[in-house]
Write a protein that binds this ligand. Sequence first.
Ligand SMILES: [Zn+2]
Length: 140
Amino acid sequence: MRIHNVLPSAALSDPGREYRASEPDVPLRCCLRKSLADEPVWLFRYSPPFGKGPYSEVGPVFTHVECAGAPSLDRLPVELLNNTRILRSYNAAGQIVDGEVVEPGSFDRVIEGLFNDPSIEAVQVRSLSHGCFYFGVTRA
Ligand SMILES: [Zn+2]
């Protein structure tokens, strides 16, 4: 699988972005881990890939202001998968195929199962409580 993160430069397209000098323990979409104290971050509006047309959504995400730690993009980031998540799958037209609540420890198996369906092009991993986009997954 291939993981799709969000680069900090994406913040520059949102004039309403907010700078936070310290915002510990928020999920960073750049390096796909939780933030530490005193790490400057952006909070901004972001439209995740894969949803198109009416299925294109905008929501809040955090990234570092300057990210020094590139994540591994060929395996799931464990630090953002230590809680129940929603896996939302999309077809090539960018329409939602399905949504599934997934528990920690099951992500690899469930994503592999989703990609056994040839109609599924991509998966968004989202927060269960807030629905926020964390990262995307496609076939390698
Ligand atoms: Zn980062």
